[in-house]
Design a protein around this ligand. Structure first.
Ligand SMILES: CC(C)(COP(=O)(O)OP(=O)(O)OC[C@H]1O[C@@H](n2cnc3c(N)ncnc32)[C@H](O)[C@@H]1OP(=O)(O)O)[C@@H](O)C(=O)NCCC(=O)NCCS
Length: 210
């Protein structure tokens, strides 16, 4: 029986979670994808999640840490929203609904606290994770590249409050298309600027001087 707890309410530690990342994200390394999670030390992870809600999925019968995820809270002018990060399930426990169970707990917390939406992201090449997001009701709303990874990423949004324009697939498809075209024109997969991106930055710099 899998149960979801906050990390601080269990006997598991940040070191146990970091070990879980190592097992779970081996799937990324095998597919040529780098993940920053594999470099975390327990104290770095503790520091990064100091203001976050860290959830763990525990196999209560065997006392095994089967999965984890975190959620951080952000504020914009008019609303509060959450960022869903560091989702990982132990290899033996994959495809049993554990990640979905973790997300359900995040949604319950976010809904009770009246957050507007949940954002998440993943590599476009991590098809297991992309499928998981789409299966669980996230919509693709962005496409980006950063210098801290060697791949393009999708940004996903799970809309909690409705009615909202973000519930309209036509609208989210248009937002995604713009983001995709902008990123592919401006950025390379390692986050560096393309020839076109460089030219745009130079022209903008020149116009600023004028
Ligand atoms: C992504 C991950 C968290 C999913 O956890 P999980 O508990 O196995 O997921 P669930 O059982 O809740 O959902 C299963 C769904 O995920 C997707 N999925 C999971 N593994 C998949 C695979 N190997 N290939 C394609 N889709 C896959 C499918 O949509 C699947 O639904 P289906 O069985 O109806 O096809 C898990 O694979 C994992 O830990 N991977 C490594 C770390 C990672 O990629 N984390 C996400 C970072 S954003």
């Amino acid at each position: 029986m899998i149960k979801i707890y906050r990390l601080q309410d269990t006997a598991f530690t940040h070191a146990d979670v970091v070990n879980l990342f190592k097992d779970s994200f081996a799937q990324w390394t095998e597919n040529g994808l780098g993940s920053i999670l594999l470099q975390f030390t327990p104290s770095e992870f503790a520091e990064k999640t100091i203001d976050a809600i860290v959830l763990v999925a525990v196999d209560d019968e065997k006392n095994i840490l089967a999965g984890t995820t975190t959620m951080t809270i952000h504020h914009s002018k008019n609303e509060r929203w959450a960022y869903h990060k560091y989702l990982a399930v132990k290899p033996d426990y994959k495809c049993k609904g554990i990640a979905s169970q973790l997300l359900r707990s995040c949604i319950d917390i976010a809904t009770n606290s009246e957050y507007g939406y949940i954002l998440s992201n993943t590599s476009v090449d991590a098809r297991w994770s992309v499928n998981w997001h789409l299966k669980n009701g996230f919509k693709k709303v962005g496409y980006y590249s950063t210098t801290t990874s060697n791949y393009f990423s999708y940004r996903f949004r799970y809309q909690l409050k409705s009615p909202s324009i973000w519930n309209c697939s036509f609208f989210t498809d248009i937002v995604f298309c713009f983001s995709y075209l902008k990123t592919r024109a401006m950025r390379k997969r390692d986050g560096g600027l393309t020839w076109f991106g460089n030219s745009v930055i130079k022209v903008l710099g020149f116009l600023k001087i004028l």
